[in-house]
Ligand binder design. Structure first.
Ligand code: ZN
Ligand code: ZN
Length: 416
């Protein structure tokens, strides 16, 4: 019996409590950086399993299991929910008004706890150190930073490798891996432009910031279409324009909220520079009396998988789940703060996706070309991962990835 099959032999009995835990977390979602109940549950379970447990960054929890000499593996699950009103109709739907686990972080937490328990129960099958990180505040990009600011690097042994996963609207029973960029860098930007207010009947006395904002929105569309090389990935979205109060008052300023996504750090800088150049140019054209302001917020780093780590983990997945279950996932345009942890700790990482849609339903949607319409994606009020086999696959994936580095037979070397 291989180490992995020895550790995973008890998976079915663990899944019984994991399903209950998942439903409980789903019913009691907590917003970013307010995950007090969830953190308490995680803390109690990890302590029960024999982990050395500490709190970091308020509602972050770290469990360390030192099991003699060998590599150190860090695995991270995010635990926060979203300000979304659940519309799944599930019998374990959210009991909290306006808050929902609409991104599947409850699944990540239940899976990592299961993997942590299996590894703790089978210490004879591996050696090294396992660090299970339950990170708050992923949705606001605050959680990884809070844990790092609270001394993560000094409080955990330096990992040789780090892992994270995310449930996605893909076929349950499948896992997606890819070397290189897997999630985009994401930046939010608030732009304030200034005009001169006046009565709506006397536009000649004004410098109208609404017209200015409208020109900016139109002109920004030319960045991706005219300045970015065709085939290179960039998104510039104006998600909000706020100005004015009444039809007959020209306001004196306007605010635009932008969202940017890129895979290439140089392109990211160029897109930001283009935005600022265009906004300044339009302000000058309008005769704006004051310089525009640019405030960047909710900034997510690029998630770019280490090729050697990805290859090793993919081989472990394929060996256990079979070739049919593991596919090369195309980079996703969503963003994550996970990579801040391995970047702060100085180790390579890989991040994979886990299918969560009933296979029959998924295949039907693919056959009729209606995946985008018929399958609710993450953040949708109807997002409802199927518990089986998603939870079992996600739990096994963490065990398999860990054992690829902690197994007694493994060379325990991270390729450069
Ligand atoms: Zn999310
Ligand atoms: Zn998420």
């Amino acid at each position: 019996m291989s180490n992995a099959s020895e550790v995973l032999a008890n998976l079915d009995s663990e899944l019984e409590w994991q399903r209950e835990l998942y439903k409980d977390l789903h019913q009691h979602p907590e917003l970013s950086m307010e995950e007090h109940r969830t953190a308490g549950i995680v803390e109690r379970r990890l302590t029960e399993f024999g982990y050395d447990v500490q709190r970091l960054g308020g509602t972050g929890v770290v469990g360390i299991l030192a099991n003699s000499a060998g590599s150190t593996v860090l695995a991270r699950a995010d635990i926060d929910a979203l300000p979304v009103t659940e519309a799944t109709g599930l019998d374990y739907a959210s009991s909290v008004d306006g808050v929902m686990h609409a991104c599947g972080h409850d699944m990540h937490a239940a899976a990592l706890l299961g993997a942590a328990k299996l590894l703790a129960d089978h210490r004879d099958a591996w050696s090294g150190t396992y660090v299970a990180v339950f990170q708050p505040g992923e949705e606001t990009a605050a959680g990884a930073r809070a844990m790092i600011a609270d001394g993560l690097a000094a409080k955990v042994p330096k990992p040789d490798v780090a892992f994270a996963q995310h449930v996605m609207p893909q076929e349950a029973g499948t896992i997606g891996t890819t070397p290189g960029p897997v999630l985009s860098a994401g930046d939010s930007l608030k732009i304030t432009v200034h005009g001169r207010g006046a009565h709506g009947s006397m536009p000649h006395l004004s410098i109208d910031p609404v017209v200015l904002a409208a020109s900016i929105v139109t002109r920004l569309q030319a960045i991706v279409s005219r300045e970015v090389q065709p085939g290179q990935f960039a998104v510039v979205t104006v998600g909000a324009i706020n100005a004015g109060t009444k039809s007959n008052i020209i306001p004196d300023s306007a605010e635009l909220l932008l969202n940017l996504r890129t895979y290439d750090p140089d392109l990211r800088k160029r897109v930001m520079a283009s935005i600022e150049r265009i906004v300044r140019g339009e302000c000058a054209a309008a005769g704006s009396p004051r310089d525009p302001q640019f405030d960047y917020y909710d900034q997510f780093p690029l998630t770019s998988n280490d090729p050697a780590v990805t290859e090793r983990v993919t081989a472990a997945f394929t060996g256990h789940f079979g070739e049919h279950a593991v596919f090369r996932v195309a980079p996703v345009t969503a963003s994550e703060d996970f990579s801040e942890l391995p970047d702060a700790l100085g180790c390579p990482y890989t991040y994979w996706t886990v299918g969560s849609v009933n296979p029959e339903r998924y295949r039907k949607a693919v056959a009729s070309g209606t995946v985008l319409q018929d399958i609710p994606a993450n953040h949708s009020p109807a997002f409802a991962p199927v518990i089986d086999p998603t939870l079992g696959i996600a739990t096994s994936a963490h065990v398999l990835a860990a054992l690829a580095y902690l197994s007694k037979q493994a060379t325990n070397e991270v390729a450069p």
